[in-house]
Design a protein around this ligand. Structure first.
Ligand SMILES: [Zn+2]
Length: 111
């Protein structure tokens, strides 16, 4: 599935929103397809699962990144730890927004 498909209307197959629009969409919101005027939204379960993973995974990632570094360098100052962690979390947030647009499917919302 390409990014174009990830933004295509599930009813008519036409691209019905931009990546930016999709980020502002959620399971509690829907948008009207410009081509066939059905209401398009994202499913609850994959979106909630995505949020859960997206909130837990960064901390696992931080632990995985810092452990070998600390083992190698003994210790780092709090400033280095805090700034390094912030950069990692920012990168992870950007990646997860991309992953949301790319992998959370669109569906037709009845009403
Ligand atoms: Zn459509």
């Amino acid at each position: 599935m390409s990014t174009a498909n990830a933004l295509a209307c599930p009813a008519c197959g036409q691209r019905c929103l931009s990546a930016w629009d999709k980020l502002w969409l959620g399971p509690a919101r829907s948008v009207r397809c410009g081509s066939c005027s059905c209401r398009v939204s994202v499913p609850w379960l994959p979106t909630l699962a995505f949020l859960l993973v997206g909130n837990v995974a960064p901390f696992i990632l931080l632990a995985l990144v810092w452990q070998p570094l600390l083992r190698r360098f003994g210790s780092v100052s709090f400033a280095v730890f805090a700034m390094g962690s912030s950069v990692l979390l920012f990168v992870f947030a950007a990646l997860s927004l991309w992953a949301y647009v790319r992998w959370i499917p669109l569906l037709v919302r009845q009403r």
